[in-house]
Design a protein around this ligand. Structure first.
Ligand code: GDP
Length: 424
């Protein structure tokens, strides 16, 4: 069986967590390879309902080893709180089923503070950061001005390194933002309280993964957010600060030699977007409210109401190409059951020109949606488990999307529960 990546094709929140939770039954290792605790994967299974932020979604499967790769923004505080919450609901988490790469960089206490300070400085020009410190973290990572998780295993070295970084960062905090400096006593408190808790999980995951590869284990790579939020290929500057695309999975996972044979792209049956930035297919008013309510579109991390719209064929086709998706999981088809006519954003209009190419970010805001309508099916499809049992209008909707985006839709999800899935 080939290694696989599960990635978002759109703006994130497509239902990746639900798909990873389903598919982990066939895999031995699940790796989160990028991003931090700034978004959430919602998973519903026999243990209850979870909003996972950093933990890989394979954590619920008994025989799966879960790894936080070197590409993630490792926030010890949030990770520990998340571990506690999941353990409280009866899911065992031990160094046997969770391993943290010693090469993952740590999100430090000042990263979150800096995020808030910068958003406040930007005022009405803000990017809609979730204020989890992700952008300051990744900029420091690429400046080599943060700490590797493995350094927690060398306390004397760690203190010296932190002291140097703190002196440097306090210049920015106090002189640029006029904020309070961080003290070594605060940092020591953070080390003793949160870092000490995650220390037992830290190891050389490269050794583990190379052995797993040699033993023929099946590996699943799990992404956060979607193609349109990718740092290099997304809607810059309204992207995240890491690479969410499948091509980054081998690098960020700690197994650079890995071949990703299958890329499962998750697409929502309509569009949602959190935060600022151009969102060409956006609906407003009662139409938007009805769709938001039907899909319960509120952020898993922030609770913010999501912006909503019909499926955007232009953006989705681009996302499929950027992800090099080999198979698509179409989620939340059941949510559209209330509509008489289902709008789709079939093309964009740039000035007088109709285009199917996703525009350069700087001009994306001037694109207008070209909306077409398809027949609705107007009945509850959440109990359906086979393709042939879907109403004809629902099948036509799926087939239309498949033809337009140029990739097979192998999974159709009709509910949030693990088994609410139609496999084609
Ligand atoms: P992720 O970050 O990509 O995992 O997505 P989110 O967790 O933010 O959003 C997906 C939401 O939709 C979660 O609340 C899921 O439980 C829910 N969900 C996923 N698939 C389906 C589906 O097919 N139908 C319905 N009604 N809800 C779904």
């Amino acid at each position: 069986m080939a290694n696989a990546a599960i990635v978002g094709i759109n703006w994130g929140d497509e239902g990746k967590g639900r798909m990873v939770d389903l598919l982990t039954q066939d895999y031995d290792v699940v790796i989160r390879y990028q991003g931090g605790g700034n978004a959430g994967h919602t998973v519903i299974n026999e243990y209850g309902k979870f909003a996972l932020h950093l933990l890989p979604s394979g954590i619920f499967r008994k025989r799966v080893v879960n790894i936080l790769g070197n590409g993630v923004a490792l926030d010890p505080e949030n990770l520990w709180l998340e571990i506690e919450e999941v353990v409280r609901k009866g899911v065992p988490i031990t160094p046997e089923n969770l391993k943290i790469s010693d090469r993952a960089s740590l999100l430090l206490p000042w990263h979150r503070a800096l995020d808030g300070l910068e958003e406040a400085r930007l005022a009405d020009k803000k990017f809609g950061s979730t204020k989890q410190g992700i952008a300051p973290f990744y900029s420091d990572k690429y400046q080599k001005k943060t700490i590797l998780a493995g350094e927690l295993l060398y306390p004397e070295h760690l203190k010296e390194h932190l002291q140097d970084l703190m002196e440097w960062k306090n210049l920015t905090l106090t002189k640029v933002y006029g904020a309070q400096p961080v003290t070594m006593a605060e940092l020591e408190g953070w080390i003793d309280h949160y870092c000490a808790k995650i220390k037992p999980f830290i190891c050389d995951t490269g050794v583990f993964l190379r052995d797993a590869q040699k033993a023929g284990k099946n590996i699943l790579f799990e992404a956060q957010l979607g193609a349109l939020r990718d740092l290099d290929y997304g809607i810059h500057p309204y992207t995240t600060s890491s690479n969410a695309i499948a091509a980054y999975a081998p690098v960020g996972s700690g197994l650079p030699s890995a071949k990703v044979g299958e890329v499962i792209g998750v697409v929502k049956a309509y569009s949602t977007c959190v935060g600022e930035g151009p969102f060409v297919c956006e609906l407003f008013g009662p139409e938007a409210d009805a769709l938001r309510e039907a899909g319960f579109e509120y952020g898993a991390k922030t609770g913010r109401p999501r912006r909503v719209g019909p499926i955007d064929i232009v953006a989705t086709r681009y996302g499929v190409q950027v992800q090099a998706a080999t198979n698509i999981a179409l989620t939340k088809l059941d949510v559209l059951s209330y509509l008489d006519k289902i709008p789709v954003c079939a093309h964009y209009k740039m000035g007088e020109t109709i285009t199917d190419e996703f525009p350069f970010p700087a001009v994306l805001g001037s694109a207008q949606p070209v909306i077409e309508y398809m027949d609705g099916w107007k009945c509850d499809i959440s109990g359906i488990r086979s393709w042939d049992d879907l109403p004809e209008a629902a099948r036509k909707y799926v087939e239309y999307i498949e033809a337009q985006i140029g990739c097979h839709i192998g999974y159709v999800s009709v509910g949030p529960e693990r088994d609410s899935i139609i496999i084609r």
